[in-house]
Design a protein around this ligand. Sequence first.
Ligand SMILES: C[S@@+](CC[C@H](N)C(=O)[O-])C[C@H]1O[C@@H](n2cnc3c(N)ncnc32)[C@H](O)[C@@H]1O
Length: 268
Amino acid sequence: VDFHELEKAGWSERGVVEAYERAIIRLTTQSVEPLLEAAGVGRGTRLLDLATGLGQTAAAAAARGAAVTGLDFSPAMIERARALHPGIDFVEGDAQALPFPDGSFDAVVSNFGMLHFADPDRALAEAFRVLRRPGVVAFTVWSPAAVGLGIAQSAAAEHGDAGAARLPPGPAFFRFSDAAEAARTLTQIGFVECDSTEIRQRWRLASMDDLLRALAEGTVRNRALLRSQPAAARAMIENAIRAALLPYRTVEGGLEIPMPAVLSRARR
Ligand SMILES: C[S@@+](CC[C@H](N)C(=O)[O-])C[C@H]1O[C@@H](n2cnc3c(N)ncnc32)[C@H](O)[C@@H]1O
């Protein structure tokens, strides 16, 4: 399988969708209002939400009076989004080949979608095409300072079984966290007035076990990585993750992990 297939198969599993809803949207929802603000979403805005997932960005935009379409390539995500937010238009499709005519939207946003696209330049070019002029594109990605993220990868690199199944290489995870790289890419596509800001976010979990479960069940790359490991190596990786997260334990025994995001915006 290539990266696109790994992502699509993973996000299409019901168990992943359930774990995402249980442990991860509490985190990704934190950047929704800043994202909509950056995109100037208000009454009557025709908005496309790329990689909508469970649709919480789309729902918040609808609450602002926008005419919103949420798009995702996972049938299981779309099904759950429709159940959670009846009345919002959710479409199954690929962000890299949008099923909309040129100039259909005033704004295109994506909350933590960009790092999942095999070809993010293509997705941005598609966003450009479906935007009218003037239109706005805005998206969030993780900052390299987001503690909960690289943690499984670095633990696996240190303690993993090197002979375990190799994952297909994906796009650079932190490429769009770099404001200069984001601006360079957006400018090349034809966008103007690019800027990026950091958003502070915290991931609160009731226990270390909840964190390990969230990584192993509610994400795609980490889940594939952990599953590829034999039991003994996986136990060592999990212990290393627990140790690395000790500084983020709360007095109640839960976790509060800094997970800053980078929000970029540009105009067509
Ligand atoms: C990390 S989730 C983000 C979901 C949501 N925006 C949020 O803020 O919680 C990534 C989403 O991207 C979707 N996705 C990944 N690649 C995609 C693609 N090429 N086209 C459409 N959706 C995609 C996945 O199905 C998944 O729902």
